[in-house]
Write a protein of this length. Structure first.
Length: 367
């Protein structure tokens, strides 16, 4: 049975993008973030493509995401950095997943889960000014003291130290970089010598190369989403193309209401094309009457409110037929709208556009 909607994923594009990013970063290591189901592209597909492109680390937010990759047979180093206070960490440790540690309580949790086994591999997360997970400067002294004690007791092995930049400005990022350096220096004074220091993500890789240290953690850019102006023109290729078949066309009179609330009425006699994609599939409702689509090489705009399962497009007198494909976003080089265009139309960022794509949209791997 042929699906009426799909997200066509190009692993070769991800591999290509990673190669481009490696040449930009020039760091000994590169971690590609495959959280949130590989930014909507499929975690295993994205992970294998990233490794094929030259990445040597993978990153996830949740432990379950990391374990899914292990079950798929992926043996590359994986870092997971979010877990709950009562979460069972043993499966992560038993499967060689590195854990980000953001507090003394998390250190105790890791040590307790380890039992008498080999030292748990951890990365120390420092909050240098983003206000999310990570140990803040006021707690560093005690934190590093206890980390050093645990490492000397062979309970943990500190593989890395990392932080995350706000991307507010180059000056703000540089300020966070200085705070991070202070944290590393203090850790070293306690005898902690991490193998890998990592600070920059997609934005920092392009805009703050001086902060790259030993490894960059790249997310959106690996999928061809140009998150800053400096990525334009470097050759990134979007790896996702979202489309659905036109399942109904019909002629309607001028003044015909379209969608809930009749926020759109036809200006003249026209043809409406019905596309089976809606907010249940992750198409943002805020893109109503604004999001672009291309059908048979012609560009249109969504007409009226996006519903849970469908959207309508006023195609005028264009010769649009049922069975033709409406592309919402893909590769602009091939004439498709971009995820960035949908982000602008919806008042959000392209990261959200690609990651929110629902499970009802089959991921089809393109050769």
């Amino acid at each position: 049975m042929t699906a009426m909607r799909e997200a066509r994923i190009r692993p070769a594009a991800i591999s290509h993008n990673v190669e481009v990013l490696r040449s930009m970063a020039k760091t000994p290591h590169m971690l590609i973030v495959v959280k949130a189901n590989g930014y909507g592209h499929g975690a295993e597909t994205a992970a294998r493509a990233a490794l094929d492109g030259g990445a040597d680390w993978l990153g996830t937010a949740d432990i379950d995401e990391a374990l899914e990759l292990r079950r798929a047979g992926i043996t590359a180093p994986i870092l997971a950095w979010l877990f709950g206070p009562h979460e069972n960490l043993q499966p992560a440790l038993e499967n060689g997943v590195d854990l980000g540690v953001s507090s003394l309580a998390q250190l105790e949790q890791v040590v307790a889960a380890r039992g008498s086994g080999t030292p748990a591999r951890i990365h120390l997360k420092l909050d240098t000014g983003l206000g999310r997970n990570g140990v803040g400067p006021r707690d560093w002294e005690e934190f590093f003291r206890e980390i050093a004690r645990a490492e000397q007791a062979s309970q943990v092995q500190v593989i890395g130290m990392f932080t995350h930049l706000s991307g507010t400005s180059a000056e703000a990022d540089a300020g966070q970089g200085k705070v991070f350096d202070q944290g590393v220096a203090l850790a070293e004074s306690h005898g902690i010598t991490p193998e890998i220091r990592h600070v920059t993500s997609s934005i920092g890789t392009s805009d703050s190369p001086a902060l790259a240290h030993d490894m960059v953690r790249v997310g959106a850019a690996a999928y061809g989403v140009p998150v800053t102006e400096r990525y334009h023109g470097v050759g990134l290729i979007p790896a996702m193309r979202v489309s659905a078949q036109v399942i109904l066309t019909k002629r309607v009179d001028a003044g015909w209401g379209v969608g809930y609330g009749h926020t759109y009425r036809t200006a003249k006699e026209t043809t409406l094309a019905l596309v089976p994609l809606g907010y249940a599939d992750g198409i943002p409702r805020h893109g109503s009457s604004a999001g672009p689509a291309v059908i048979a090489g012609e560009r249109f705009v969504v007409s009226g409110r996006i519903s849970m399962d469908q959207l309508s497009i006023d195609v005028g007198d264009a010769a649009i037929r049922e069975g033709q494909w409406a592309v919402l976003w893909g590769d602009p080089a091939e004439g498709d709208p971009s995820a960035n265009e949908w982000a602008e139309a919806s008042g959000t960022i392209a990261y959200e556009i690609v990651t929110r794509l629902g499970a009802r949209v089959p991921r089809v791997i393109a050769g």
